[in-house]
Ligand binder design. Structure first.
Ligand code: KG4
Ligand code: ZN
Length: 398
């Protein structure tokens, strides 16, 4: 079967086409992401209404690119565009007029592609952005008569890890999944697919948000994660010490806003000191600060994830979300699990090593391939066009 997936939960416009063989193996026909970084860079963050406008602009061109790459874009030979269909699609895209303007000529020009299922992210995320994707999916579903499956964005950050070996999913649980992105930081217990429990989450800022805000304070640009990680590569934390909020609490919750505030105060101190201001805010200072910010975040994420894995006797630790693209974070998780070979379950009858799953960096950040994979695993949960909604606060479990 072939799945067309749409992901617009934040500031990336993603469309992917996934082919699933009869034996259940995946092959990626296309995975296109149009990034809005250039647009949001100027403001140092994402403004939902601006992101919505960009999605409206990008969706049809990204769809064309995705279909073309999958050899599924064919010019229409017969006229099947009636005024009834036009008026129904206009109703579906009532709130996305710019998208409608691009979609109508596209539907007139091209044939229905050979697709069996549409998967779309319907939450959590930025409400206006989610709605663009959901309404776009509805318009295509209606016009081409293809069923839709709604996809939870957090679950898709987890399940993308099963791209190479989908059959591993049945044997992965219990697993503890750490989803760390610009909008979310959650530690989730996955017993099996569909059976999730949120063990803990951030009480304030997400880990990615912390990277972004710290980078803004240091004048490093947006998004913060990649810049901080790059600067940190060539430095050790040095003399700067930042707090590791909540690292020793018994729960599985996180808090990152205090770390950002500590960076703000530390930075003010050096800035306001005329004797040191120039020298202190040198490249070297920014490098050391970056290394310490990154290490503080990694320390907390690693400690709590390992604690959860031990407490719940996890067979697998799964990482996902933009922050899991961080090279140092990946390295330190891997090292920790290798060091502890058989250590965690010394008391268990048969000690075993915890398996670590981490997506490729381009699949850590938002993309529609993860939406397609998740849509496949939930292929039987089709939604009706009438009731399908975007939900900015959608939870993976109650
Ligand atoms: O998952 P994602 O693409 O979008 C959301 O759903 O939020 O995550 C984006 C976040 C941003 O905060 C960005 O700074 C962070 O992921 N990020 C990184 C890295 N690459 C992206 N953080 C740390 N290290 C990276 N290499
Ligand atoms: Zn995400």
């Amino acid at each position: 079967m072939r799945i067309l997936a749409i992901e617009t939960s934040c500031d990336d416009t993603g469309i992917a086409i996934l082919e699933v063989s009869k034996t259940g193996n995946f092959s990626v026909l296309s995975n296109i992401v149009a990034s809005q970084i250039e647009v949001h860079k100027k403001y140092g963050g994402v403004y939902p209404m601006m992101a919505k406008r960009e999605h409206q602009k990008n969706l049809v061109p990204v769809l064309i690119k995705s279909l073309k790459e999958s050899c599924l874009l064919k010019t229409n030979l017969s006229e099947n565009f009636t005024s009834v269909k036009k008026s129904d699609i206009s109703k579906i895209l009532e709130r996305e007029p710019e998208l409608l303007k691009k979609l109508i000529p596209f539907l007139k020009k091209y044939e229905r592609p050979n697709i069996d299922l549409i998967a779309v992210t319907n939450g959590p995320g930025l409400e206006p952005c989610l709605w663009v994707g959901v309404n776009f999916a509805k318009a295509l579903s209606y016009f081409w008569n293809i069923p839709i499956v709604p996809v939870n964005h957090i679950e898709s950050h987890i399940l993308v890890n099963f791209l190479a070996s989908p059959k591993l999913l049945a044997k992965a649980g219990p697993a503890t999944a750490l989803v760390v992105s610009g909008g979310h930081t959650q530690l989730i217990l996955m017993k099996k697919i569909g059976d999730y429990k949120i063990l803990g989450e951030t009480r304030d800022d997400a880990a990615g948000e912390c990277f972004d805000k710290c980078a803004k304070i240091l004048g490093l640009g947006y998004p913060g994660g990649p810049v901080i990680s790059k600067l940190a590569e060539t430095s050790l934390p040095g003399k700067i010490t930042l707090p590791r909020p909540m690292i020793n609490t018994k729960d599985y919750d996180f808090s990152f806003s205090g770390l950002k505030t500590a960076v703000l105060y530390a930075d003010r101190k050096v800035k306001n000191n005329p004797a040191t201001s120039l020298r202190a805010r040198s490249k070297e200072y920014k490098k050391q600060m970056s290394a310490e910010i990154q290490q503080a975040i990694i320390d907390v994420l690693l400690k709590k994830t390992i604690k959860a894995a031990k407490d719940f006797k996890a067979k697998t630790i799964i990482l996902g979300g933009g922050v899991s693209a961080n090279t140092e974070l990946r390295k330190q998780f891997k090292k920790k699990l290798e060091e502890n070979k058989y250590g965690f379950f010394a008391a268990a009858k048969k000690p075993y090593q915890i398996n670590l799953l981490v997506p490729k960096p381009n699949l850590s950040t938002d993309n529609a391939l993860m939406t397609a994979i998740t849509g496949y695993f939930h292929k039987n949960k089709k939604a009706s066009l009438k009731t399908l909604k975007a939900d900015a606060n959608l939870r993976i479990s109650k």
